[in-house]
Design a protein. Sequence first.
Length: 191
Amino acid sequence: MRLQEIVSREVAPGETAVVSCGSIQSGHASNIIPSVLDLKLNVRTYDENVRKNVIALIKRIIEAECHAGRAVKDARVECSTSSPATINDDEMVEQLKGTFGSYFKENMVEPEPATASEDFSLLATAVGAPYVMWTFGGIDEKKWDEAEANETLGELPGKHSLYFAPALQPTLRTGVDAMAIGALTFLKRKN
């Protein structure tokens, strides 16, 4: 519970941070107190300094809770994976908005910035290249329209949901078209 307070009490208003618990595993039997608890967290921020502060707070809270609970061993807190925030290149975004907009027309939507946990940016930053990550929908159009009419869009399963089942078409066609248009946008620019 204290980990959930990090964002509300320790991150400045206007800054973005997310701390999610994705996995808690401990013990194998109902009548034996386990000696180890494996807690897997996910931290998402846009700013590297906010990220460092949140990680330091997580370590402090876990160590304090273990101490308060008289754990016989010190807590071991380690980062298993880490990816920087995915921040698209503004110039490339503007170019793609033009070509995507003329092709996809009213079906192109500009979403709010996402706090996705994504390693996409590592591909380009490793070689100092600019990048743009875009997404496209996969929900059946009739299901979407029905959810929109019933004001239940938030209940539709997202990409990481067990129940996510994208409609094969037009999802596949949209993805292939977007990749081709994206490539042509920048190949055309170089010539």
